[in-house]
Design a protein around this ligand. Structure first.
Ligand code: CMP
Length: 146
């Protein structure tokens, strides 16, 4: 499996609880390195646009309210199998169903305020990264150096 990239968002509940460091530690321990990272307070159009795929869902309005309720960290993670690895470390969308030790099991408040977002496929990762970042925003690591 080649080194790949995925989009990660640390959501308002994670920043409100002050657990950014704990979440980043879990991601780093899983072999994922941030190659771009920024703090944002999403506007309504930004949140609606990012989650447009969910716009027909009953939870869409509430999700947009929540995602604009406080600051977030938007980041690009790089590593072997990054899309699947990030989702494994996050755990299931619903914290009640998330495995022990996962980010959502440890920190999420609800299925909506679930602490983190991660792209669900390599193709969506490319689109989601391009939504927030220019290629020139991404730094490079030498993966042969440890
Ligand atoms: P995320 O992985 O960012 O993708 C879509 C988000 O919608 C999801 O995490 C949750 O924050 C939210 N979501 C998904 N399902 C539900 C639901 N049934 N009720 C409320 N929010 C949901």
């Amino acid at each position: 499996m080649a080194v790949e990239r995925t989009l990660s968002i640390l959501k308002p509940d994670a920043l409100q609880q002050g657990v950014i460091g704990k979440i980043l530690t879990k991601l780093e321990e899983a072999g994922l390195k941030p190659v771009a990272m920024k703090m944002m307070h999403l506007t309504r159009p930004e949140a609606e646009g990012f989650y447009a795929v969910h716009k027909e869902r009953p939870f869409f309005k509430s999700l947009v309210e929540y995602m604009t309720s406080g600051p977030v960290i938007v980041q690009v993670l790089e590593g072997e199998n990054a899309v699947a690895k990030n989702r494994e470390v996050m755990g299931a969308t619903d914290p009640a169903k998330a495995a022990e030790g996962t980010i959502r099991k440890l920190f999420a408040k609800s299925i909506e305020a679930n602490s983190a977002h991660g792209s669900d496929s390599a193709e969506n990762a490319r689109n989601e990264i391009a939504w927030f970042f220019a290629q020139t925003d991404l730094v490079r690591y030498d993966w042969k150096k440890r």
